[in-house]
Ligand binder design. Structure first.
Ligand SMILES: [Zn+2]
Ligand SMILES: [Zn+2]
Length: 247
């Protein structure tokens, strides 16, 4: 069989298989539940995708918060201005609102770990648009072992692996670990978050001279990323950057 015929045949077979799979298990929009029948590799319907609030270049360098129409890419937001920030830079793809929030929840609580790849694709695109800093390794924000036992996995580890693969970097799953089980940051006010997460992490490795990228699904106030960065710096890391899917 000539190569071109074999290629056509394999495309036909894969098309038929995909069609059969769509009938057997139709994919649904993660936000509104609308059927995504026949839309391979889609995770949100067009309507929900259009409502995602993407974060552009004009975002705070210290915490990733969008700065509004007059902000510039090297600025800091009002809360970060004048502070000695633990993070060299911080980036997020979208606001933690409809669409983006549903993807995070599906990845985090519904075992939809296949979402890590497309989400990481967007995260790396965000980083590339800003200019990828010099990096030696990617580190996921660790979960406490008891939390991993409850949930079954650490969603940030999946994101970190997918981001690292696209950047051609190693993921270091062991460098940071969580020594304290903390209350979910989302339930707390800004001041309490700082207190809640303080001393929650330890470094398990010598990070001397290393430039690392910390990856998480959501960055709320940046307190968790900041605490991870402080821990890495204490272990010798020279630069610590942060990348989250939602902010
Ligand atoms: Zn939808
Ligand atoms: Zn900021």
């Amino acid at each position: 069989m000539p190569d071109s015929a074999r290629f056509t045949l394999s495309r036909l077979v894969s098309g038929v298989l995909r069609f059969a799979w769509d009938i057997a298990a139709p994919t649904r929009c993660r936000a509104c539940g609308a059927s995504l029948f026949g839309m391979s590799n889609a995770y949100l319907c067009a309507g929900c995708l259009a409502r995602v609030q993407w974060i552009g270049k004009a975002a705070c360098r210290g915490c990733g918060f969008p700065l509004g129409p007059h902000g510039r890419s090297r600025d800091n937001c009002g809360r970060c201005r004048g502070l000695n920030l633990p993070l060299a830079s911080a980036f997020a793809v979208a606001r933690y609102r409809e669409g983006a929030r549903d993807l995070v929840i599906s990845l985090k609580f519904r075992w939809e770990t296949e979402l890590a790849a497309p989400m990481a694709e967007l995260m790396v695109a965000r980083l590339r648009a800003a200019g990828v800093p010099d990096l030696d390794a990617v580190l996921p924000v660790p979960l406490h072992p008891s939390r991993i036992r409850e949930r079954g996995y650490n969603q940030s580890a999946f994101l970190a692996d997918a981001v690292a693969k696209r950047l051609g970097l190693p993921t270091d799953h062991k460098a940071l670990f969580r020594v304290r089980r903390t209350a979910p940051q989302a339930l707390l006010g800004r001041a309490d978050r700082q207190e809640n997460i303080k001393d929650a992490f330890r470094a398990n490795a010598d990070l001397s001279g290393r430039r690392v990228l910390i990856v998480d699904d959501v960055m709320t106030t940046g307190a968790t990323m900041g605490e991870c960065a402080r821990t890495c710096r204490q272990a010798g890391a020279t630069r610590v950057h942060a990348l989250a899917f939602a902010r």
